[in-house]
Design a protein around this ligand. Structure first.
Ligand SMILES: [Zn+2]
Length: 216
């Protein structure tokens, strides 16, 4: 996955929907490009840090080795070579410490970049969300192409508003009628007439936010 895809995936998650870059304004498209560039820089920095870390651990091992051998040689009376090895060890230590300083500054740098990237992504996702809110509405509310009207479907569609819908008025005699949980018709116990789920649906569809598009 390249940097741009990574950034896009991050934005999809923050927005709560996927979008096509062609839907965006040129301004936001170029911001995505900028974020992808920054992301690639962060990845490069990260691998630089990893490689320095590898080198420093190797030079630490080498410095210790030279120190030990140099020390033993001095103890064994081979002073010349021993001191020479200690000097090399010292040089490696010096390099080790300066690499440590560099590592620290690179880590600080990458922390700052991460923070900024996080803020920029959050900001851009808000802008994209606003820009695409209309498209978004369609995406999160897919068109219902098929809706079988029975009482189970009505109860499902009115979830959260059920208190209003647990009972209805019989259209023929105005008696209170408890909504069944299944089937597509119910017999009124008061007048004996049959009330259809489709009739009930006609009454409640505005309430549940389904208007002209459904019920045909
Ligand atoms: Zn009735």
């Amino acid at each position: 996955m390249d940097a741009r895809e990574k950034v896009l995936n991050d934005l999809y998650k923050r927005c709560g929907f996927e979008f096509d870059e062609s839907e965006l304004s040129p301004k936001n498209r170029s911001k995505i490009g900028q974020l992808a560039e920054n992301f690639a820089k962060m990845v490069a920095l990260e691998s630089e840090i990893k490689s320095i870390e590898g080198k420093t651990s190797r030079s630490l091992a080498a410095a210790l080795l030279f120190l030990m051998i140099g020390g033993s040689l001095i103890c064994a009376g081979v002073g010349g070579i021993g001191i020479f090895l200690l000097l090399i060890s010292g040089l490696i230590w010096r390099r080790f410490f300066s690499a440590g300083k560099k590592l620290k500054s690179l880590r600080n740098q990458i922390d700052l970049m991460c923070k900024k990237q996080e803020e920029d992504c959050e900001q851009l996702s808000k802008e994209i969300y606003n820009e695409l809110s209309e498209v978004y509405e369609q995406k999160v509310r897919p068109k219902i192409t098929h809706f079988k009207i029975d009482f189970a479907a009505i109860l499902q569609a009115t979830k959260g508003k059920r208190a209003i819908l647990e009972s209805i008025e019989c259209p023929f005699c105005s008696a209170r009628l408890t909504l069944p949980t299944s089937g597509d018709s119910v017999k009124c116990e008061a007048c004996g007439k049959t009330v259809l789920a489709t009739d009930v649906f006609e009454e409640v569809k505005e309430l549940i936010g389904l208007k002209s598009n459904v019920g045909r």
